[in-house]
Design a protein around this ligand. Structure first.
Ligand code: ADP
Length: 281
């Protein structure tokens, strides 16, 4: 099966799960995921606040992708619960999940417009043809992310930054309230990254809650409300200054430290790109 179809297919099975008043946009409780007996996530518990933007950081193999997949409902946890507004996350069209670019089949023969239109499926229902309103919304979303001129392009013709913009347009078309982005900044040049941060600011203005995994601790400090430090277990979740303490960073990254300016001081951080702690006990 093409990996490109996975987010599409999961969207087909989504429906309007009712939101329970007074419940957090996302509540994760005791989340544990094991692959062939190895724990990728162990007893992870946290809540998100509606409208906040959270960076998920940790070394390679820390379980960041696994966490986003479990929240998106594309992976079934071994134990624990994920609820979105009080309901299991599998049934929500308000969640947009953007996988790592490397796991998407960019040769899949669809145009940029087709992909963004997929975001409308939850809203329009499976058996209705897209109408004028859907196409107008797709145009508007493409315009908002600055790639209206690429609507007819095949997706394999896009640059990395344009690919991310397309997925953000799809989330906008979907009217997503919770957006999960797996390393959207990796491999982008500085201007493309800045373009994505500008779009994240636009999404903030629309009240969209963002959970984004990244290797870049400086950007996590600079751009996000709260940071989540993960290495199989949740090692810290809160304001960067409270989470990125030397003790916690050592627990996450072990050796290979470098210094990160934070609140006028310096904090030691690990090599975030290569290697990392791959414990499987
Ligand atoms: P990260 O995104 O932080 O790099 P992942 O969630 O991709 O971490 O992986 C966490 C751990 O789970 C790693 O040790 C990885 O090798 C393992 N893992 C991830 N996906 C699978 C899979 N489909 N099958 C087996 N092991 C997996």
């Amino acid at each position: 099966m093409s990996t490109f179809t996975t987010p599409f297919k999961s969207m087909l099975t989504r429906h309007h799960a009712p939101h329970q008043p007074g419940t957090p946009i996302l509540a994760v409780s005791g989340l544990t995921v094991r692959y062939s007996g190895h724990a990728a996530l162990d007893d992870v518990t946290f809540d998100l606040r509606a409208g906040e933007q959270v960076a998920v950081v940790g070394p390679n193999g820390a379980g960041k992708s696994t966490l986003l997949k479990a929240v998106a409902g594309v992976l079934t946890p071994t134990a624990g619960a994920v609820t979105v507004y009080g309901q299991g996350s599998g049934g929500h069209i308000c969640i947009a999940y953007v996988p790592q670019r490397t796991v998407v089949d960019w040769q899949f023969p669809v145009t940029v417009r087709d992909v963004v239109l997929m975001g409308r499926i939850g809203m329009m229902g499976l058996f209705r043809q897209p109408g004028k309103r859907d196409f107008a919304q797709v145009r508007e979303c493409l315009d908002l992310v600055g790639i209206a001129d690429l609507a007819n392009r095949q997706i394999n013709e896009l640059s990395g930054g344009q690919q991310q913009r397309m997925f953000i347009a799809r989330a906008l078309a979907q009217e997503a309230e919770l957006m999960l982005m797996d390393e959207p900044l990796t491999g982008l040049d500085a201007p493309s990254q800045e373009g994505i941060f500008q779009l994240l600011r636009d999404l903030r203005a629309r009240g969209v809650t963002i959970m984004l995994s990244t290797h870049d601790l400086d950007q996590a400090v600079q751009y996000f409300d709260r940071v989540m430090l993960l290495n199989r277990r949740l090692l810290g979740f809160g304001e960067p200054a409270a989470v990125f303490t030397p003790e916690r960073l050592m627990a996450a990254y072990g050796g290979h430290l470098h210094l990160l300016p934070l609140n006028g001081g310096l904090v030691a951080v690990g090599d975030t790109c290569c290697g990392g702690d791959h414990r499987h006990d």
